[in-house]
Ligand binder design. Structure first.
Ligand code: AP5
Length: 213
């Protein structure tokens, strides 16, 4: 089963994707994570990507479509979770073409509905494990032991460079201008379901499970 998690920055896409990986053996394809990896490469392309991400703007369709094509050619295990992709109508069309090319199928698009005012707090309070990628929040999902990742024991806990109010404003604007039209696109395709992303993490997970099952 292949699904898309759709929602603005901080909606909880990464948090729910990681639960689906653990619970269902699905494969998370986060273009944000792939781009963060690319920016550490030190290449000219990596530097350009870093500047775009830090400003909160979108990287070109060509780059992200290329990254996704590399990943979906192999075994899809328990299914792919597209997290943060597609983000434009061009990317959505390209994903449809790629799935057809590799004889895959899109089963569900899950829109995570949230209130914009909740997003600032979520983004500003977020930190992640630099080793395993587990996502935390200082209020709603703190580590059990201060400064130590619950999952892998690493002390490399960090904030993302684009997790500040100024960058978030641009990211939200990009979302409403370029990504939110995908809600209508997938509704018209008959693939769209919505969940309340403001509920507690486990309740959001149950709503998603009800759709997938
Ligand atoms: P990306 O990494 O995809 O970031 P994003 O879409 O802005 O989404 P986030 O990762 O910020 O949020 P999330 O929804 O995953 O929330 P999370 O689960 O972490 O993209 C970053 C950048 O890369 C883009 O700005 C762009 O430049 C570039 N990019 C990426 N993909 C691209 C593409 N396809 N095309 C072009 N450019 C692209 O949760 C947030 C916080 O809230 C956490 O602290 C979490 O613990 C907490 N939380 C989660 N759920 C709940 C809940 N239910 N209740 C309470 N707290 C919760």
């Amino acid at each position: 089963m292949n699904i898309i998690l759709l929602g603005p920055p901080g909606a909880g896409k990464g948090t729910q994707a990681r639960k689906l990986v653990d619970e269902r053996g699905m494969i998370q394809l986060s273009t944000g994570d792939m781009l963060r990896e690319a920016r550490t490469s030190g290449t000219e392309m990596g530097k350009r990507v870093a500047a775009i991400m830090d400003a909160g703007e979108l990287v070109t369709d060509e780059i992200v479509i290329g990254l996704i094509e590399e990943k979906i050619q192999g075994d899809n295990g328990g299914g792919f979770i597209f997290d943060g992709f597609p983000r434009t109508l061009g990317q959505a069309d390209a994903l449809g073409d790629l799935l057809a090319k590799y004889k895959q199928h899109l089963d569900h698009v899950i829109e995570m509905r949230v209130d914009d005012t909740a997003l600032v707090n979520r983004i500003v309070g977020r930190f992640t494990c630099g080793n395993c990628g587990e996502v935390y929040h200082k209020d709603t999902k703190p580590t059990k032991k201060d400064g130590v990742c619950d999952v892998c024991g690493s002390e490399d806990l960090k904030h993302r460079a684009d997790d500040n109010e100024e960058s978030l404003r641009t990211r939200l604007m990009e979302y409403y201008k370029k990504t939110s039209p995908l809600i209508g696109y997938y509704y018209a395709n008959g693939k769209l379901s919505s969940v309340n992303g403001l509920a507690e993490i486990d309740k959001v997970a149950s709503s998603i499970a009800a759709i997938l099952d």
